[in-house]
Design a protein around this ligand. Structure first.
Ligand SMILES: C[S@@+](CC[C@H](N)C(=O)[O-])C[C@H]1O[C@@H](n2cnc3c(N)ncnc32)[C@H](O)[C@@H]1O
Length: 267
């Protein structure tokens, strides 16, 4: 397989395609990264020239999906940035204590390999709260990992030991070193493919939407569009939780920041 050589024009066509399909903003400084992703897909498709691969990509919708899957950053781990989740669980417990207990609807809108939705689920169960969760991502490969629910020990290093013992099973024999989320947690979560940019927002309204550590890959107009789309999917009073490195500053939106609660907004 020859070295990957793409012109600036080809780079621009590719980054435009990625932007249109996923909202992810790839600038020229990411040329080497993009080349490595092309090389990866060339190996999988057994196409030996980068020019032939780019032609194939531009004329094949299924390959566009595979390519976007390769380009997305899926890094995640259990109990990541957990302060905002803890505060959210406390707020829902308080709401339940003040009126008739209800089944909360939660949407984890860029759920990657499942670490985040499972982290929320175990804390909702610990707080004796009833809930249903939708967990979505653009990438089918991370959704497959999420639905298997099997992880390396490294990924659960932030999980409190008591919770680890209660809701996870240690792998034995060939699975030694791995850990599995128990089935009783999995049944609360419906994993589905969903593109934040192009798919229609679900008709149902949610009490909580988490959209964390994905908007950092979007530019401001795309972030604003996603934030307002998700606003429409929340119930009045519902919570919107973003990542610590993300902000709604400089965007036109109708959310109110929740006092003393990191990265959390309310409709
Ligand atoms: C860095 S992970 C964040 C996972 C998790 N929310 C967390 O905070 O640990 C970002 C995820 O966003 C997904 N993603 C990227 N663009 C997307 C889009 N347009 N629609 C839905 N998901 C997207 C990626 O596939 C990836 O799994």
């Amino acid at each position: 397989m020859g070295t990957i050589d793409i012109s600036n024009k080809e780079f621009n066509t590719l980054s435009h395609l990625i932007y249109e399909e996923s909202g992810i903003n790839i600038h020229i400084g990411k040329m080497e990264l993009l080349k490595s992703k092309i090389a990866k897909r060339m190996r999988s498709t057994k196409i030996s020239s980068s020019r032939d691969y780019l032609n194939y990509l531009m004329n094949n919708k299924a390959e566009v999906i595979e390519f976007i899957d390769t380009v997305t950053t899926n890094h995640s781990f259990f109990f990541r940035e957990n302060a905002s989740i803890q505060k959210m669980v406390q707020a829902l417990s308080l709401a339940n204590a003040q009126s008739t207990p209800k089944t909360f609807k939660i949407w984890c809108a860029a759920s990657s390999t499942g670490d985040e939705p499972y982290s929320v689920a175990v804390q909702m169960i610990e707080a004796s709260l009833q809930f249903k969760m939708l967990a979505t991502d653009i990438s089918h490969s991370v959704l497959n990992t999420a639905m298997r629910g099997v992880y390396s020990q490294e990924r659960v290093r932030n999980v409190p030991v008591a919770i680890l013992h209660k809701y996870f099973q240690k792998g034995l024999g060939k699975s030694a070193g791995l850990i599995r989320v128990k089935k009783e947690i999995m049944r609360h979560i419906d994993f589905q493919k969903f593109n934040l940019i192009t798919d229609p927002i679900p008709d149902e309204k949610f009490d909580v939407i988490l959209c964390r550590n994905v908007m950092i890959y979007f530019d401001e107009p795309t972030t604003e569009k996603v934030v307002n789309r998700l606003y429409n999917a929340l119930k009045i009073g519902g919570f919107f939780i973003i990542g610590q490195a993300e902000s709604l500053m400089n965007l036109k939106h109708h959310f109110k920041a929740v006092k003393n609660t990191p990265s959390t907004f309310q409709k």
